[in-house]
Design a protein around this ligand. Sequence first.
Ligand SMILES: Cc1cc2nc3c(=O)[nH]c(=O)nc-3n(C[C@H](O)[C@H](O)[C@H](O)COP(=O)(O)O)c2cc1C
Length: 137
Amino acid sequence: MNYAVVYYSRSGNTKKLADAAAEVLGVSAQDVTTDLTEKADRVFLASSLYAGGYDPSVAEFVKRNADKIGEIVCIGSSASGKSTAKKVKVLADGLNIPVYKRSFNCPGHFLFMHKNRPDGDDLAQLKDFVKSIIEEA
Ligand SMILES: Cc1cc2nc3c(=O)[nH]c(=O)nc-3n(C[C@H](O)[C@H](O)[C@H](O)COP(=O)(O)O)c2cc1C
């Protein structure tokens, strides 16, 4: 099974998650502006919540690379505790891309909220989440 980690990050919180997932998977995380060069069985898609949804560049990446994505695993952060996973699922369903049954979301620093999040504990939980998926494969 081969993996890719792709992220969109405005202030670095989502990149932290992507880098932590990539470390476990033994790959480098790439920004959504970079296309996949080969098919990935599982793409960990790190997308956080902005104005109640994902950034449009996340959808553009998924559409451009649909034929190279075996399955999406949603990871991300937000201020409210909500995640982009449901909206990513709607997008992926429209492109016939399966979405992994579990997703990971944690608090992300925004204005006066969640200072220093994601923190070390969040990254440790994410790494456990990623490891549990590898072990299922
Ligand atoms: C412009 C903007 C809009 C946001 N809108 C929401 C929102 O609607 N709901 C929410 O829970 N968090 C919202 N957030 C908080 C982000 O989801 C959170 O800060 C996240 O960790 C940002 O990740 P990033 O640093 O990778 O961009 C918003 C943040 C920004 C900058």
